[in-house]
Design a protein around this ligand. Sequence first.
Ligand code: NDP
Length: 295
Amino acid sequence: MTTIIDGKAIADTIKTEIATEVKNLLDKGQRAPHLAVIIAGEDGAALSYVNSIEKQCKGVGYMASVYKFPAEVKEHDILATIDFLNTDSEIDGYIIQMPLPKQVSMDKVVAHVDPKKDMDCFHPVNMGNLLLGNDCFPPATPYGVMELLRRGNVETAGKNCVVLGRSNIVGKPLAMMLLQKNANATVTVCHSRTKNLPQMCRRADILIVAIGQPEMITAEYVKENATVIDVGIHRIPDETQPKGYKVCGDVKFNEVAPRCEAITPVPGGVGSMTMACLLLNTMKSYKAQLAGSDR
Ligand code: NDP
């Protein structure tokens, strides 16, 4: 029988652990961890993600500050905000929500980010540490996938893992994390120029899909008894649904699930874990800040 890996339940466990830790800190008279978010423009998905960050922070007892700018924001206003967040000792970390308006240079933004407060692995120093297997703040979604595998008791050591997608925020860092000695997977990364994609994917004991193509991965891509992790998340128009759309992933769940040993659903899979891991990164930075201020 196929195991449905319940990302929401695992994320809820992580958030309960964090909330308990925050309560203990507050009981000892410490301040609460504090996460900030910079967002510019009116992208619906970005705004809803940021609303959710605020809500989840409050849910575990964190402080949350959102710096919201119009789409016409000047580059120097974003850079000045980053400089402020870098120096404010009561901000433990921040993320910069994408997309940024085109007049804001990503190179300049990244150059201003302090790696010690970089909660989403934007800065090359953090990405370099991730590659080297050093301590760092991993990007939240790949971190979420790794925690989902670990807490969902999916063994990665010696397994053939195929990562489908090579973006800087998901595919590439995830491949690096699977390769590290605490995961020990044998990793193949595929992308839009990969030849014989279904055949490559069928080699996978663990297939992780992050391609941004709704329900593209059908049964022909999946080996019998594989584990499938679906990172994709889409709203597809669907008149039969009360809201006029359905939420789905990159994997055609109903067709693929019966072949699998285990699979993540969408929603209720990786998405919930992304948020939980952002909170974990913030707690880690908070502890580092406190240790720094005690010295
Ligand atoms: P990107 O669009 O940045 O990258 C997609 C990757 O998939 C690219 O490497 C691209 O190849 C590859 N790809 C695209 N089409 C195909 C195809 N037909 N065949 C093979 N490879 C293909 O996406 P992201 O990495 O940002 O996100 C991937 C998915 O994950 C999206 O659905 C996104 O919404 C979701 N997501 C979910 C999150 C969560 O919290 N659950 C967080 C972040 C993302 P190439 O490099 O050659 O162009």
